[in-house]
Design a binder for this molecule. Structure first.
Ligand code: GFB
Length: 318
């Protein structure tokens, strides 16, 4: 991939897509192609074909997806499986038919079995049952992997797949019903400090273990995979470290300066008990995570704090 190549970032306003755009711009890529979902609905096959015919991208980062946290997944499983199947089928198929040289598809660590051996190796895929709270989303992402692998074998299409851990960073979704735990807790603790509240509610038991990767680290990994990985084997991208939800809440307490108490709402689901990726494969390609969880949480908290009022006004307006 060269600085003059036409590079399409699908989903450029989202957490992953916006990190890729920042990285590509910093690396002086001059021909980036982006479309908002209003300009181009990737669930519409004819619109996707027309877009590829008109713009002829040479490289594609497929970061467009319907994503959300544990509640959004369990309450809207139909939307998650339908939209993701449509988006990825249309984009991968059009990329193949319109001569794209290489495509990178982003999956998720939730593709792995609920009780996979930890740290989770890539070979664990499809070896045991999935976690029920996000099975529709996971099945869609697994289908995306299979499409990439089948197109490589049948058509020689160079599609590769990255499986990130739980991501966070700028342009995350801070909506409390839709979001993942890290942005949700940033927002809850920030608002408690602002309002002088004495308690913050954290969902579940606090015991589940999760691995959080700053999205700028993922963007660096994605660039490396685009340059160096031409293989059907999927590649995990994680921080290689795990933390309990209770310890994450303690970290955000420290960062926010909150001095009240934390209450656990056990009526909310815990999801998988543990989810940490084996990252030996991506490490062997020459990548390592650089942003520590504490530094990343501090910067994500500052990013949110600087925009909290604006984000709230936008929410009320929509
Ligand atoms: O990040 P999260 O929503 O998703 O939740 P998963 C992680 C853990 O944090 C769960 C707890 O045990 C939640 O109960 N938690 C505590 C909270 N407080 C909160 C809160 O205020 N909001 C949220 N959202 N959680 C997702 C999948 O699973 O992981 C997706 O559903 C995707 O499909 C994503 O794969 C990476 O890590 O459980």
């Amino acid at each position: 991939m060269d600085r003059t190549d036409r590079v399409y970032v699908a989903g450029h306003r989202g957490l992953v897509g916006s990190a890729l755009v920042r990285r590509l711009q910093a690396d002086k890529f001059a021909n980036l192609i982006t479309r908002t979902s209003r300009e181009l609905d990737l669930r519409d096959r004819n619109a996707v074909d027309a877009f590829f015919a008109a713009t002829r991208p040479q490289f594609v980062f497929l970061a467009a997806a319907r994503v959300g946290g544990i509640r959004a997944n369990s309450d809207h499983g139909g939307d998650f499986i339908r939209d993701n199947l449509l988006i990825q089928t249309h984009v991968i198929d059009a990329a193949h038919r319109f001569g794209v040289r290489k495509l990178l598809f982003f999956g998720s660590s939730c593709i792995y079995p609920r009780l996979a051996e930890q740290p989770i190796r890539e070979e664990a895929l499809l070896s045991a049952p999935l976690e029920s709270t996000n099975a529709p989303y996971a099945v869609a992402k697994i289908a995306g992997i299979q499409i990439c692998q089948a197109y490589r074998r049948q058509y020689g299409f160079n599609a590769i797949c990255a499986m990130p851990a739980n991501l966070y960073g700028p342009n995350d979704n801070f909506d409390l019903h839709q979001s993942h735990v890290l942005p949700a807790l940033i927002r809850k603790f920030h608002s408690a400090v602002q309002n002088g509240d004495s308690r913050v509610v954290v969902w579940g038991t606090g015991r589940p273990l999760r691995e959080f990767l700053h999205v700028d680290d993922l963007a660096a990994a994605a660039m490396l995979l685009m340059q160096r990985h031409d293989d059907e084997q999927i590649v995990n991208v994680g921080a290689g470290e795990e933390i309990s939800i209770a310890d994450l809440a303690a970290l955000i307490t420290l960062v926010s300066g909150f001095s009240g108490r934390i209450e656990y709402d056990a009526s909310q689901p815990d999801g998988v008990p543990r989810k940490v990726l084996d990252i030996r494969r991506i490490r062997s390609l020459g990548w390592a995570p650089r942003i520590s969880l504490e530094a990343g949480v501090r910067s994500a908290y500052a990013w949110y704090a600087a925009r909290a009022d604006l984000l709230e006004r936008e929410r009320v307006a929509t």
